[in-house]
Ligand binder design. Structure first.
Ligand code: ADP
Length: 251
């Protein structure tokens, strides 16, 4: 039984579909209840949609309760809800925007991890959590400071949680997507330019952007038995973008 937050669109929706195809019952939680309901309605197995704002304790309680009421337990969590915030250079970043991005991306993941760990303790067994990080967890950019800060912070959460979870049979990992031209990335306003750069190979050795299903595949791997000895890890799925030294390159 799996919970996917931000499951109403993009990567989260793909992850919900993938987990359901593999036989999991899924709770699709999203602040946008309509899209959560649409995704849940199209899943092959049993699924529940929950309208929940992950930045609040009440929102997190709501999806945990819905999962436990319907399925009795939770085995897997994909903490994926996120926002990009306004793209702006540092002097123009609005503190309210900064707070909002941190609240959803970082506080939401903290609350989600805390709830997951409490749940696993109550169930008296192990479990697995994957957090959606980003190539922006690992690299700098000059116009997405709140987002990048929140995504860097997620790695601290993942490593701390993995430390605590290790002896308790709870694995915690992150997937770090590169250019996925939907959802958050589409909202950045840079999608076309970044896609062109990726295609030319300057930023992305594989010379293409990725798909949400390619991220969902990594999520399913990290949540599954094949990753039984993987924890505290950040797995990039970015066509090689992270490793590129953009100063020294040929072709
Ligand atoms: P991507 O697929 O690139 O992650 P999307 O914008 O498609 O980007 O997905 C992010 C999802 O997170 C959306 O469905 C959005 O409604 C959801 N979301 C945003 N803020 C919150 C929040 N506070 N609580 C729950 N879900 C949220």
């Amino acid at each position: 039984m799996a919970v996917v937050t931000g499951g109403g669109s993009g990567i989260g929706a793909a992850s919900a579909r993938r987990l359901a195809r593999e036989g999991a019952y899924v709770v699709v939680a999203d602040v946008d209840g309509e899209s959560a309901a649409r995704v849940a309605g199209e899943l092959p197995g049993e699924a529940v949609a929950v309208t929940a704002d992950v930045s609040t304790e009440a929102g997190v309680d709501a999806y945990i309760r819905a999962a436990v009421d319907r399925f009795g337990r939770i085995d897997l969590h994909h903490l994926n809800a996120g926002v990009l915030g306004t793209m702006a250079p540092l002097p123009d970043v609005d503190p309210a925007d900064f707070d909002h991005v941190i609240a959803v991306n970082l506080r939401g993941s903290f609350l989600g991890l805390r709830a997951a760990f409490r749940r696993y303790r109550e169930q008296d067994g192990g479990g697995a959590v994957v957090v959606t990080a980003s190539i922006s967890s690992l690299r700098g950019a000059d116009d997405q400071l709140p987002y990048q800060t929140s995504k860097h912070g997620l790695l601290g959460l993942v490593r701390g949680a993995a430390m605590y979870g290790g002896p308790r049979g709870i694995r915690v990992n992150a997937v770090a997507p590169g250019l996925i031209p939907t959802g958050i990335f589409a909202a950045s306003g840079h999608a076309d330019r970044a896609q062109t750069l990726a295609l030319r190979g300057g930023t992305t050795p594989m010379r293409r952007v990725g798909t949400v299903d390619e991220i969902a595949g990594v999520v399913a791997f990290l949540l599954g038995e094949d990753a039984s000895y993987v924890t505290g890890e950040v797995v990039s799925a970015d066509g090689g973008a992270f490793m590129v030294n953009t100063v020294v390159r040929s072709g």
